[in-house]
Design a protein around this ligand. Structure first.
Ligand SMILES: [Zn+2]
Length: 313
């Protein structure tokens, strides 16, 4: 490998040499091939002819382009060529942002998930701060640190998000992503059922351990709804409220066998604590209702704090 090729290849030591005997010729990208472009990115079989100044948003490219280039270098379509060991799809997304960051931010929420890993990989590898910030923001919106803010958009692609968080160091989304994945029933062969294709064996174990611990929490409430802490004494509810209280809590932790999702206990607890259930609460005396609301908060905070440990994070 000569010096000039080395300079213009990422990563320099791993790339395959271009060999017209063994590789088909790369083809021009339909979206990013500008006639007045002054640099060509070759990514697998795709060519992007773009403008050097657009790459200045990347610390890595900015540094590289600041180095004086030798007179004789690899060229294609009249421009120096940089061969990259990335996926063309990832660059397609990154270039959409590089050329039109405003339009990119206007993509309706929630943005299609595949945009996020592509953007994050390129942004992380080539140090494009603003793009990484956008991608991390998208991940945090779906898998927030405040787990009660998780919505149904956290369910799809949770396994892919865990793998991506590990690859690109966005570890703060892991508790929410593991919790979202653990809610999904594997027998439906939807999101949860494909996790083994995406996750490492260690993360699969974390998922299984976490599901068992979550199931234990539900069972504890199911068996002893009036016991607010493990091995504690049951609440001494009055005669009139005892049965409705027990029935109410048992119903909340039971999951519908037809549903592809297990009991979303954290969300249930938050709803019980923060919202008024008119029909149920009007039938309960003030003292029992006070216990009921207190225990909903206690169970909510206890579960929220335990989720990272449940998944050994
Ligand atoms: Zn009562």
């Amino acid at each position: 490998m000569d010096e000039t090729e080395d300079l213009l290849s990422f990563p320099p030591l791993k790339r395959q040499r271009y060999d017209s005997q063994t590789r088909s010729h790369p083809t021009a990208s339909s979206s990013f091939f500008f006639h007045d472009g002054d640099i060509v990115l070759e990514v697998e079989q795709h060519l992007f002819k773009i403008h050097k100044h657009r790459l200045k948003c990347s610390v890595i490219f900015s540094d590289m382009l600041d180095i004086p280039q030798p007179d004789v270098i690899d060229s294609m379509h009249g421009c120096p060529v940089v061969r990259l060991m990335d996926s063309p799809q990832d660059w397609q997304v990154a270039l959409r942002w590089i050329y039109d960051p405003t339009g990119f931010r206007l993509i309706p929420e929630p943005v299609p998930f595949p945009l996020i890993p592509s953007a994050l990989r390129i942004a992380t590898k080539y140090e494009i701060g603003a793009l990484r910030k956008w991608a991390v923001g998208q991940l945090r919106a779906r898998w927030p640190s405040d787990l009660e803010r998780m919505g149904s958009s956290s369910l799809p692609c949770a396994a892919e998000a865990i793998a991506l968080a590990r690859e690109c160091d966005v570890l703060e989304i892991l508790p929410a992503a593991f919790y979202a994945l653990s809610l999904q029933r594997w027998c439906y062969n939807a999101e949860g059922g494909r996790s083994h294709l995406v996750l490492s064996p260690t993360d699969i174990r974390r998922l299984i351990v976490g599901r068992e611990r979550l199931s234990d929490v539900c069972k504890q409430i199911l068996f002893e709804p009036l016991v607010s802490r493990p091995a504690g004494l049951p609440f001494d509810a009055c005669h009139q409220c005892r049965e409705p209280l027990q029935r109410y809590w048992r119903e909340k932790v039971m999951s519908d066998p037809q549903s592809p999702v297990e009991c979303w206990l954290l969300r249930e607890l938050y709803t019980i604590a923060t919202q008024r259930d008119e029909l149920f609460e009007s039938a309960i005396c003030a003292q029992c209702l006070a216990w009921h609301k207190d225990v909903a908060w206690m169970r909510f905070y206890g579960l929220k704090a335990s989720i990272p440990q449940f998944f050994c994070l």
